[in-house]
Design a binder for this molecule. Sequence first.
Ligand code: UDX
Length: 449
Amino acid sequence: MEQSRGLRLILLPLPFQGHINPMLQLGNLLHSKGFSITIVHTKFNSLNPSSHPHFTFHSIPVDLSESEKACRPVSLLNAKCVEPFRECLATLLSDAEEDPVACLISDPFFHFTRSVAESFELPRILIRTGGATSLVVYAAFPLLKEKGYFPIQDSRLEEPVTELSPLKVKDLPGKDNSDPESIYQLITNMANEPKASSGLIFNTFEDLEQHALATLRQETYPNIPIFPIGPFHKCDSAPSSSTGLLAEDQSCISWLNTQAPKSVVYVGFGSIAAVKEAQFLEIAWGLANSNHPFLWVVRPGLVHGSSEPLPDGFLESLNGRGHIVKWAPQKEVLAHPSVAVFWTHSGWNSTLESICEGVPMICMPCFGDQMANARYVSHVWKVGVQIEHGIERAEIERTINLLMVEKEGEEIRDRAMELMEKANLCLKEGGTSYQSLDGLVKHILSIKS
Ligand code: UDX
């Protein structure tokens, strides 16, 4: 730890909520190990330096227009960031007043960082903000293409992907995309990027994804050290600071305080997923008809092409049984004793946050890694169930009741508590993530430029 004092790490997050949160949490972890932390961020989804006063922030003038946000934003960011980031890095590396830079830590979706880091002979470590399992799936894309899974055919959606059991064809990303080839390219480029890095960090833990981690170590990236050091947010010793792009509505907590223990369905679909208006209404009526209290995050943009499609008087008719906010302090909500179940889109951060609190999940994956995450939650870890056959109010009501009151739900709830114990154990002194973090610190010291 002493050796890390006086050394700086430069962190460049992919500017989307699900990638920013774990990157800033990682910054806190490495700061606690003695490193100085510099965050370079784009003007697009720019960060608020005051939320992390112990970090140094640099903004690069890269933004996306409304139409660019809707169409291949990751590819555009890769192209637009190259020169501004290069200039920023040149300034940071030549600043004699600041601590010397040990390495760059970035996201494998930011493939442009490879050539920039190489040009400065700066080691680059990657943090994959999704799970190890989904990266195994992504890394198998060329094989799956060879075997005829791509382009995905609607007639095969329910078939198993025998190479990646228990996944089904519908769990592979790209099925609803208008340009599946560009998704294929984006994902295979991302999965290749760690091969040209000095190490790969995961927000996961050995007990959860042992099999996927072994595959990555033995088959996919045999020459790259891999550090599963999560769940980040649980070992993050820094004072709790918001990393949200939207303001958190604290009324959630006062409302939860008025509810009975383990009685509330928390519903939140992350920062990007969107539903159609008809689906939104089915969700609303499914929640209303379930007769359980619910807290629902209805983020701006959640409903395609509509801002507030709730029927007039919907909430009022529930007499306080439902509470709706635009953005919740999610980790606090999941840790609240009144929360019984999390109805989630199965983003990786949400999945881990739920696991850490022992909250069983109703999974409704939308895109990308979410389908694989959901399949593992329902079929491998068995700490949740999936809504698989369309969003329909009677099915929603049935699923909520299955988890809240039925025998099958009780078994799922018990397993969720057992998994929570494992998540907590890996962070304790001598636990796998604890040791892996020490290994990461030693590794950074050994490769520093
Ligand atoms: C995206 C992808 O969808 C996800 O699958 C991938 O693994 C990471 O990038 P996102 O959809 O936003 O992320 O989902 P998720 O990974 O769950 O991240 C959302 C984050 O926002 C979580 O940390 C969650 O705690 C936070 N959040 C969400 C809030 O703080 N408040 C909210 O109201 C909703």
